[in-house]
Design a protein. Structure first.
Ligand code: 5FU
Length: 260
């Protein structure tokens, strides 16, 4: 027997973590498993892009440290857009240091990520201390953490035993770890979310090692939950049209899995 595929609302009810539940509710309400990777480099571009594309996505993913002109106002406005368009904010900081250091990187500094991000992520390479440090800051703020169990880039080292050990680390910290960055489904536990970067409408690669899969490969065949799309949307001639296409492709791929 194949493992059961839950629809988003049904799955939300299984989740005790408030971020996971909210995310699945948004995915159901908006019929979207699309995360926009908003990798532009000025605040104006970021806010304009997110205001236009926001209605079509369940998540906006940021790399806040690539902004040339970051101010507190940028994230205040981004949070207002998240409320207006009903999406969660995921800062793709990829924390990867000892617990005490990540605690400060997450909870302070000029970006003060813990004050505005709903979701963050971390590499498991330092051991569980990285999760414990982030949890000390994030748990009380209702923030959830993804562990990077696999990567999309060619030749990456997050494979095999490393991936398996990362899944175990997530299972041991289920109160705070809400799922994975991965390019495959790694567990049948429906309360863990899988998010996959490296998605375009046609498979291929860029010149720096990024490898692209299609929405149907990622969602229907590989059993991931969320497609993360950057250049496929913000470099398109019409980003809103592109986002609509990815939203539809991602959702159709999910329905295909449901009805398989
Ligand atoms: F963890 C990962 C990964 O394995 N691959 C990625 O591409 C994260 N990413 C991010 O997803 C990367 O940093 C970009 O922000 C985004 C992909 O952007 P693209 O323009 O769709 O290639």
């Amino acid at each position: 027997l194949k493992p059961k595929v839950y629809d988003y609302e049904e799955r939300a009810k299984l989740c005790t973590n408030s971020v996971t539940r909210r995310l699945l509710e948004i995915m159901g309400e908006k019929r979207s498993n699309l995360a926009l990777s908003a990798d532009v480099t000025t605040s104006q571009e970021l806010l304009q892009l997110v205001d236009k594309v926001g209605p079509h996505v369940c998540i906006v993913k940021t790399h806040i440290d690539i902004l040339e002109d970051f101010t507190q106002e940028t994230v205040t406005k981004l949070s207002q857009l998240a409320a207006r368009h009903n999406f969660l904010i995921f800062e793709d900081r990829k924390f990867a240091d000892i617990g005490n250091t990540v605690l400060h990187q997450f909870g302070g500094g000029m970006y003060n990520i813990s004050s505005w991000a709903h979701i963050i992520n971390a590499h498991g390479v330092p051991g569980p201390g990285v999760v414990h440090g982030l949890r000390e800051v994030g748990a009380s703020k209702g923030c959830g953490c993804l562990l990077i169990a696999e990567m999309s880039s060619a030749g990456n080292l997050a494979t095999g035993d490393y991936t398996t050990a990362t899944v175990s680390m997530a299972e041991a910290n289920k109160d705070f770890v809400i799922g994975f960055i991965s390019v495959n489904n790694l567990t049948s536990d429906p309360t863990f979310i899988h998010m996959t970067p490296g998605v375009q409408l046609t498979a291929g690669q860029d010149s720096l090692g990024q490898q692209y899969l299609t929405p149907s490969e990622v969602i229907t065949n590989r059993g991931s939950d969320i497609i993360i799309v950057g250049r496929g949307i913000y470099e398109a001639k019409d980003p809103v049209e592109a986002a609509k296409q990815f939203q539809l492709a991602g959702y159709d791929a999910f329905v295909a899995r449901l009805t398989e």
